[in-house]
Structure formats: structure tokens, C-alpha cells
Design a protein around this ligand. Structure first.
Ligand SMILES: Cc1ncc(COP(=O)(O)O)c(C=O)c1O
Length: 438
């Protein structure tokens, strides 16, 4: 009997009524595992196997699975009888907005949503409303959600991209069918770290906004070059578009003020999700009051519609409050802890790769890292797609899973430590990595 027999049985059952057998087809993986429990740094599958988890459900579990403080806050709010009213404001949403503004000093005003995609959607709509323009710039290798404007490209194959282009934009392969041609014409993907291409697009089209993760984290970890984010800020000011930092993956994970606070560059709008509520569906769009007030504009022809039956539902709202309170506790002890675990992991991985004589680069930002099988850290998706050994990467990931360490089995997917991981977990992971690449 295969080690995943029970998982296969559940998958087979679910295929009857769910396309592909799985909700969100990007979760369909090899090996086919069905997880039934998460606790701290570990996840457990239906066949009774346990894994050290570095996938973290695409990164929200920054405190670890089912963090006791967050769980307690959720149970308490339900016991207290809080419900969803859909009428008027609540003290909980006010408290969460206060906390977000406390964490990110440049932010004056916040709106709450359920998912990162909703937040990026609203950011682009806001940019169009405020500027009266339609075109948007996105990044090759960036992921900002599933809606039409941003689902135009992610890991577009080299065969479609063709040779490196700068300045300019690439042909792209939407990651979804059903995006209208007219819509595609408004979206301009450029290379990350390429200011000339941003300027090239601005000279050609009336650009409403540029949305980017300030450090790409959906193709591993691609750092901005020194001066790049400040250069985007300067171009936004020169050409009058809104600079939107998508901090859905980086916000609250890298610092309370997000990656923007580490980079020292202030966007016009930022969006958050994931680590904000440690695994509960909560997202935020935030910025200066003058901009955010467009969501409540007294002139209805200018008001940007932001609505949602479940926005600021009490369960994810208290989860976010409890998460942020933990992140701010003891002078940010959580961040110091994951940084030290991250350092241990990075040093260990580098030593193992050197010992095995493998050409590779380990790139890390705090709790998140990626191993690239190429001779330099990639500067953008084109560079990565041209040089990274994807086959070796996926082979390594499957070998890790066989040893009880869950790296998402798709090339360059970021690994994420949580505050629930321990030094012993890191050491176990390193031993498994040694076996996987040796
Ligand atoms: C940077 C970034 N932006 C936006 C999103 C979309 O968030 P959600 O899946 O909550 O809609 C994601 C999801 O992975 C993301 O990584």
C-alpha cells in the first residue's frame, strides 16, 4: 500500500464534486497528500505522517499553525456572541485599523477585506479613479492575485518571453483563461529591477498605477537592487501614477511596517494579507487619508466602491488583532527569533551546498528563503527562467518531503519559517537537505 493511500482515497472521493478534486487547483501537487491537522511548525497528513512545514499555506502562518493566542481570541469572540452585522461599524474593526496604523507609521487610513486579491483589485481601481487613467504596470514574476489586471503573467515561459528586453515590455501568457483582450491591452508587465522599462511604458501609455511586491516572493526571493524602489517612487512622482506596494506576502512577516519600512521607501498605497491574521482570511488596503477617502467620497461619481458581506468578520478580525499584539510584544521578540533561525538555516544550507560542490545561491529575507540552482542570485524572472535548474529544484523538494520536511513541490516556491520552528527543527531540516542534494 502506498504511504499516501488514505490521501489518494480522499482525493478520489473529492474528484466527484470538485474540479480536479481540490479547491484552488494551484494546490494540486505531487506527491498527492491530504493534510488533516496543523500544529505549530508541523502538519499531519491523512495517513498519519507528520511534516515540518515550510510552505505555511503560501506563507500566512508566521506564528505557526493554530497559534494558541490566536485560537483563544477566536474562541473567546464567538463565546462572547459577536456576530457579523453588516450595518454600521464595530469596535473590533476600529481596533484593528488602529493597530495597523501603529505598525506602519506612514499609514493614516485603512480598509479591511478578506483576501489579498480583493485588496490588490481595490488598489488598482483606486489608482484608476484618482488618476483618471486606465493603464497599469505589473512585474514579470510577480503575483498579485487572480483578477484580470494582475493575472496576466507570473512564470511566463522563456519561449513566450523571448530574449531579454529593456527598455520595453514582453508578450505575456495570462495565468488564466477568460481575460478580455481589451483588458490585456491595459496591462504592461516589465522586468523587476528595470526602471528604464517602467519609464518606457510611462512615455507610451497613460499609467494609473504600478503594482509590485517590493521584494518578489512568488518566485522565491528576488531582492530589489539598491535604489530600485526609490527609483520607482521617483518615477511615480514624475509621471503621476500611484505606486502600490503589494505587501500581502511581506507585510507583518518581515517587519511590523512591512518591507517598505526596511527599504525606507513609502508607496502611495499598500496592501496586506497573509501574516496579518496568521492564517485567517483578512486583508487590508491602506494609505494616506486623502487617498483612502476616495472609498467614502461625498461625490458619488468619484466614490470607489469597496463592499463585501464578510469584510471585517469578527473571527478574522480578532485573529488579526491577536496576531499583531503578539508581533509587537516584548519589543518585537518574534522578529529577532525568526531572524536567528533564518540565519542558522542560511548558513547551514550554504555549507551543505559548498560541501557537495553544487552551484547554487541561497537567498533569504528574514524568515523566508529560496535555494536557486544557478551561479548568482536572480535579479528578475527572465534571469531566473534562463539560468535556474528547475528540474533539480523540484527533485530536491520531493526528496525533502520523503524525509518529512514539507517544501512546496514546485520550483522556486519560497520556504517560510515561523515563530513556532525551533533550532532543532532547523537542524533536522539541514540534515534532510544534505541527504536530498548529496
Ligand atoms: C504578493 C501577493 N499578492 C496577492 C496575493 C493574493 O492573495 P489571496 O490569495 O489572499 O487572494 C498573493 C497570494 O499568494 C500574494 O502572494
Amino acid at each position: 500500500m502506498p504511504a499516501n493511500a488514505k490521501s489518494l482515497e480522499i482525493l478520489e472521493h473529492n474528484r466527484a464534486h470538485i474540479p480536479g478534486g481540490v479547491v484552488s487547483i494551484n494546490r494540486a501537487t505531487q506527491p498527492e497528500l491530504v493534510f488533516v491537522k496543523g500544529e505549530g511548525a508541523r502538519i499531519f497528513d491523512a495517513d498519519g505522517n507528520s511534516y515540518l512545514d515550510y510552505h505555511g499555506a503560501f506563507a500566512p502562518h508566521f506564528l505557526g499553525h493554530n497559534d494558541p493566542d490566536v485560537t483563544e481570541a477566536v474562541i473567546r469572540v464567538l463565546r462572547d456572541g459577536a456576530s457579523l452585522y453588516g450595518s454600521g461599524t464595530t469596535t473590533l474593526e476600529g481596533r484593528l485599523a488602529d493597530l495597523i496604523c501603529e505598525c506602519v507609521p506612514w499609514i493614516e487610513s485603512v480598509q479591511l477585506l478578506n483576501t489579498g486579491s480583493e485588496a490588490t483589485y481595490q488598489a488598482i481601481r483606486l489608482a484608476r479613479a484618482v488618476t483618471g487613467r486606465d493603464h497599469v504596470i505589473v512585474m514579470q514574476g510577480g503575483y498579485n492575485g487572480w483578477h484580470n489586471d494582475v493575472a496576466c503573467n507570473l512564470m511566463t515561459p522563456l519561449a513566450t518571453l523571448g530574449p531579454r528586453v529593456s527598455p520595453g515590455e514582453y508578450p505575456f501568457l495570462p495565468i488564466s483563461a477568460g481575460i478580455p483582450e481589451a483588458h490585456r491591452a491595459l496591462v504592461h508587465p516589465v522586468n523587476f529591477n528595470d526602471l528604464d522599462s517602467v519609464e518606457w511604458v510611462c512615455k507610451k501609455y497613460p499609467v494609473a498605477g504600478l503594482i509590485t511586491e517590493p521584494i518578489l516572493q512568488n518566485i522565491g526571493i528576488v531582492h530589489p537592487k539598491p535604489g530600485y524602489l526609490a527609483g520607482l517612487r521617483a518615477l511615480a512622482d514624475r509621471y503621476g501614477f500611484l505606486l502600490v506596494f503589494d505587501e500581502v506576502k511581506t507585510g507583518f512577516r518581515h517587519a511590523p511596517g512591512g518591507y517598505a519600512s526596511l527599504a525606507g521607501v513609502t508607496p502611495d498605497v499598500a496592501v496586506y494579507g497573509k501574516a496579518l491574521a496568521n492564517g485567517y482570511p483578512m486583508a487590508a488596503i491602506a494609505g494616506k487619508r486623502a487617498l483612502m477617502d476616495w472609498f467614502a467620497h461625498p461625490d458619488l461619481s468619484k466614490r470607489v466602491l469597496l463592499a463585501g458581506t464578510y469584510n471585517a468578520h469578527p473571527v478574522p478580525t480578532v485573529a488579526a488583532i491577536a496576531t499583531i499584539e503578539r508581533l509587537l510584544a516584548n519589543g518585537g521578540e518574534v522578529y529577532r527569533r525568526v531572524e536567528s533561525l533564518g540565519e542558522r538555516m542560511e548558513a547551514g544550507l550554504k555549507a551543505l551546498l559548498a560541501k557537495a560542490g553544487i552551484t547554487a545561491k541561497v537567498v533569504r529575507q528574514g524568515s523566508a528563503w529560496c535555494t536557486y540552482f544557478m551561479d548568482h542570485a536572480p535579479v528578475d524572472w527572465h534571469d531566473l527562467a534562463s539560468n535556474h535548474d528547475a528540474v533539480r529544484d523540484e527533485r530536491m523538494r520531493r526528496a525533502m518531503i520523503e524525509q518529512g520536511v514539507y517544501f512546496f513541490p514546485l520550483q522556486t516556491k519560497q520556504c517560510s519559517l515561523s515563530a513556532a520552528h525551533t533550532e532543532a527543527d532547523v537542524d533536522y531540516t539541514l540534515a534532510a537537505f544534505g541527504e536530498s542534494v548529496g
